[in-house]
Design a protein around this ligand. Structure first.
Ligand SMILES: *Cc1c(COP(=O)(O)O)cnc(C)c1O
Length: 360
């Protein structure tokens, strides 16, 4: 067996310890004589799994009691519709467009009501976060929407926008559990788990209880109502049971690492190794405005497409996988999520130095 350093943006690297534990429990989960994949989601064993997962997540994020935690399906993209369907009481929402994912969410919201693009960084290929301290927030906006960490472009909101009292909704798919957050600042925090938490197929929605109502847009399918999932503790229908089980293991792993404060320190240390190198490199350079840099996704280029392709190819041969940038930006991108060990980043930088000597 040999594992590579996997810099994929998602689905992405998971803690080896978690994968090993899951492997050990594959055929016989703790004396049940079956795999978690094979058991009823209404069984006692599974009840413990999902309840512990929720309790551990609440502890990690310090989630107040007036927020529900929902384990849903459909990926982050399904939330692009679910959010307006459930939250657009006045049929008005403000969107800050800082990348492809925010843009898709904005476009989806336009189907259901009046979505206003109140700020954007598209003028410079989404390489920065716009000033959101005094935006023209709509008087009757039901919420203000952001994508907090832009997976493709490698930017992150370091301060949350001033929503002027409106509910903040945030897609945190690619920075989920990478650092502490103050949940009370948000109405909804959600994310697909395949970036930083678990296997694709689970999306976690943390939503303030007063936002969960029967008053949804006419025609909203039952499965797309937050209320139905909240009332049934995420067990209205069969949940993505195995995925939630793995998420639960990752929550326990995070607690063992020291929680989100410790993860933040580790992630900052890791990211600094790469950014410090990029800042002094003669060949490689980062593509994002310095103050907006993500700790999770680090895009960089050589400025020469052929050389970029050569780098990606040689890196792969050396055991560094999935460094090719998103097709919309080109170049390279190293996603260095929670589970990427610091050695992975150190070795990548060593490899980049060598490549620079040979090619600069
Ligand atoms: C990957 C990603 C999505 C899309 O997730 P799916 O689960 O594939 O729908 C949405 N938002 C962000 C920030 C992402 O990184």
């Amino acid at each position: 067996m040999s594992r590579v350093y996997n810099f994929s943006a998602g689905p992405a690297v998971l803690p080896e310890e978690v994968l090993k534990e899951a492997a050990e429990e594959m055929l016989d989960y703790r004396g049940t004589g079956m795999s978690v994949m094979e058991m009823s989601h209404r069984s006692k064993a599974y009840d413990t799994i999902i309840k512990e997962a929720e309790a551990d997540l609440r502890e990690l994020m310090n989630i107040p009691d007036n927020y529900k935690v929902l384990f849903l399906q459909g990926g982050a993209s399904q939330q692009f519709a679910m959010i307006p369907m459930n939250l657009m009481k006045n049929k008005v929402a403000d969107y800050i467009v800082t990348g492809q994912w925010a843009k898709k969410a904005y476009q989806e919201a336009c189907i259901y009501g009046k979505a206003n693009k109140i700020a954007s960084s598209e003028d410079q290929t989404f390489s920065y976060i716009p000033d959101c301290s005094d935006l023209p927030i709509s008087e009757d906006a039901d919420y203000v929407y952001i994508c907090e960490n832009n997976t493709i472009y490698g930017t992150k909101f370091k301060t949350l926008p001033n929503t002027k009292g409106k509910t903040l909704v945030a897609d945190v798919s690619s920075c989920f559990l990478s650092e502490p957050v103050d949940v009370t600042k948000y109405g909804v925090i959600y994310g697909g788990v395949q970036k930083n938490i678990g296997p694709a197929g689970v999306v976690i929605v943390i939503i303030r209880e007063d936002l969960i109502t029967e008053d949804v847009l006419p025609g909203t399918p039952t499965m797309l109502k937050y209320k139905i999932h909240a009332d049934n503790d995420s067990l209205y229908n069969t949940p993505p049971a195995y995925g939630i089980y793995i998420c639960g293991k990752v929550f326990k792993w995070l607690k063992k690492q020291g929680g989100l404060e410790a993860m933040k320190a580790y992630n900052e240390k890791k990211a600094a190794i790469l950014y410090d190198f990029l800042d002094q490199s003669r060949l490689f350079k980062g593509t994002v405005r310095r103050e907006d840099r993500s700790l999770m996704n680090v895009p960089f280029v050589t400025g020469n497409e052929e050389l970029d392709a050569k780098f990606v190819k040689e890196a792969k041969a050396a055991g560094f996988e999935n460094l090719k940038g998103h097709r919309s930006v080109g170049g390279m991108r190293a996603s260095i999520y929670n589970a990427m060990p610091i050695e992975g980043v150190e070795k990548l930088v060593e490899f980049m130095k060598k490549f620079e000597e040979e090619n600069a």
